[in-house]
Design a protein. Sequence first.
Length: 83
Amino acid sequence: MEREVVEVLVDHYNETGCKFVLVKSQFELSEKLGANPGEVLEALKNLRQDNVIYLYRSDIEGYWKIGLKTSFLKILESQDRNE
């Protein structure tokens, strides 16, 4: 499930140049992924612990900001250049 979450964030970044998404809850993200909300919550926890994403309440009331850490993006970009 962690891979699917990262893929959604990377796809969003590649399309928009923005490294985060805003979601109302893990249920909204679960719908985008077609996954169980409990699995998504566990994946978010693991990715945050692994320093891949950041996750916090947005200034927009009720929304969560989920984004890729800059250090993780640099690793992805360096891998793309080496291929």
